[in-house]
Design a protein around this ligand. Structure first.
Ligand code: ZN
Ligand code: ZN
Ligand code: ZN
Length: 358
C-alpha cells in the first residue's frame, strides 16, 4: 500500500482576513510581488460595480463568490439611499410586499436638458454628490433681470421676485441673475428635497413616495425632475412606453405640463420625462381626490423655463403616502392602448389612471 503524499500547499489560517497565503514548501517559489492579490481584486470590483445597472449587477454577481458578496453589500447600500447622495437626507427604499430591494434609475435633482448614460450608485466611500445649487442647466437663461436686495425673504421685504402667493398658478423665486446668495429666503425650491422621505412598496401600485416626518401645510416637498423633451420626442417616447407597458413590468414617468396664459390659451408645454433620469417625485402616485400635494409652476427670475414643484396641501403625517392628481381622466382616443387601472383608494376613484394623449 502506498502512502498518500502529504500536502505541501494549503490555505493558511491567518486570522481570517481573507488573505490567501502559501505555506512555503522547499520546492515552492516565492510569491511574486506582482501576483494578483484578492484584496486588490475586491477593491477594483468596488470601484466598478457602482457604475452597473441592476440587471448588469445581477449578472456579474453570478460569476464568483467574491463578486456575489460585493454585489450584495452594494445592493444594501443602494436600498439605503435612492438619491445617490444628491439630497440632504438619504431616501431609503422600504419593502414588505416582495423582495425587490430598490428601483433602478439615474438621479437628477432638477430638470436636465441632456441625458445621462452612467452614474455611480452605492460606492463604499460615497463621493459627495450634494452640490450647492440644484438648479439644472435648463434653468439658466440669458435674461439679465433680477433683484438686488440686501434681504429678499422675511417680513417687510419688498423683493420684486417675491410673489409666492396662491399655491396654484405660476409663482416666482429669485434666480440666477439676482444679486442675492443661494441662502436667500426666496429660493425655497432650489436646494432640493428638504424633508425626510422614503420610497415604499405598495401592494397593487408598485413603489410610492411616503413622508418620513410630519410635513406642514404649504411646506415645499420636491420638484418633478427629469429630462426635458421636445414635444416630438415626448410623443415618440410615449409610444414606446405604451408598447413596453403592454408587455407588463414597465412603468413610465413622462409628465406633460401646460402653462396657461390668463386668457386660458396654452402657451407653454413642458415635457418632463423621469423614466430614466429623475428624482424622488417619479414615485409619487396619482390620487383621484387630488391627494395631499398641490403643484406650482415655479419660475426663477432670469430662468428660461419654469419647474414643477410640489407643496403640501395640508399637514401630512409621518408614514402617509404622498399623492397628487395627474389630471382629468379622459378615455384615450386610440383603442389599442388599454387603460391603466387606478388603485388610489379614494372614494371618488374613477378606476383608471389619467393619461395624456400626446
Ligand atoms: Zn433673493
Ligand atoms: Zn430680492
Ligand atoms: Zn431676486
Amino acid at each position: 500500500m502506498s502512502q498518500l503524499p502529504t500536502k505541501k500547499c494549503c490555505r493558511a489560517v491567518d486570522g481570517g482576513n481573507g488573505n490567501l497565503q502559501l505555506r512555503r514548501g522547499a520546492e515552492e517559489q516565492e510569491p511574486r510581488a506582482d501576483s494578483p492579490n484578492p484584496n486588490d481584486f475586491i477593491r477594483s470590483a468596488e470601484l466598478v460595480l457602482p457604475w452597473l445597472a441592476s440587471s448588469e449587477l445581477a449578472y456579474v454577481s453570478l460569476t464568483c463568490k467574491a463578486l456575489h458578496r460585493a454585489a450584495k453589500s452594494l445592493t444594501l447600500r443602494r436600498s439605503l439611499d435612492a438619491s445617490r447622495g444628491f439630497e440632504k437626507f438619504p431616501v431609503p427604499f422600504v419593502n414588505s410586499v416582495d423582495d425587490l430591494p430598490y428601483a433602478y434609475f439615474l438621479y437628477g435633482p432638477s430638470q436636465l436638458l441632456h441625458s445621462l448614460d452612467r452614474q455611480p450608485w452605492g460606492s463604499v466611500s460615497p463621493h459627495s454628490a450634494v452640490t450647492n445649487s440644484h438648479m439644472a442647466d435648463a434653468a439658466s437663461g440669458d435674461v439679465r433681470v433680477g433683484c438686488d436686495c440686501e434681504r429678499c425673504g422675511g417680513g417687510g421685504s419688498s423683493c420684486p421676485c417675491l410673489s409666492l402667493e396662491g399655491l396654484d398658478g405660476v409663482a416666482t423665486e429669485c434666480g440666477p441673475s439676482c444679486g442675492c446668495e443661494s441662502e436667500c429666503g426666496n429660493r425655497i425650491t432650489q436646494s432640493g428635497v428638504s424633508v425626510k422621505l422614503k420610497i415604499a412598496r405598495v401592494r397593487g401600485k408598485g413603489w410610492g413616495l411616503f413622508a418620513d416626518q410630519l410635513i406642514r401645510e404649504r411646506q415645499f416637498v420636491c420638484e418633478y425632475a427629469g429630462e426635458l423633451l421636445t414635444t416630438k420626442e415626448a410623443q415618440r417616447r410615449q409610444q414606446e412606453y405604451d408598447r413596453l407597458s403592454s408587455t407588463g413590468h414597465f412603468s413610465s414617468a413622462l409628465l406633460v405640463v401646460r402653462e396657461h396664459l390668463p386668457s386660458g390659451k396654452a402657451c407653454l408645454r413642458l415635457n418632463i420625462d423621469a423614466t430614466r433620469v429623475g428624482n424622488v417625485a417619479r414615485f409619487i402616485n396619482h390620487s383621484c381626490d387630488g391627494g395631499n400635494l398641490s403643484t406650482v409652476l415655479m419660475r426663477s427670475t432670469g430662468a428660461l423655463l419654469p419647474r414643477l414643484c410640489f407643496f403640501a396641501s395640508r399637514n401630512i403625517a409621518r408614514d402617509e403616502e404622498l399623492s397628487f392628481s395627474y389630471g382629468e381622466t379622459r378615455p384615450r382616443p386610440d383603442s389599442e392602448s388599454r387603460p391603466c387601472f387606478c388603485f388610489c383608494g379614494a372614494s371618488s376613484c374613477s378606476g383608471t389612471l389619467p393619461s395624456e394623449h400626446t
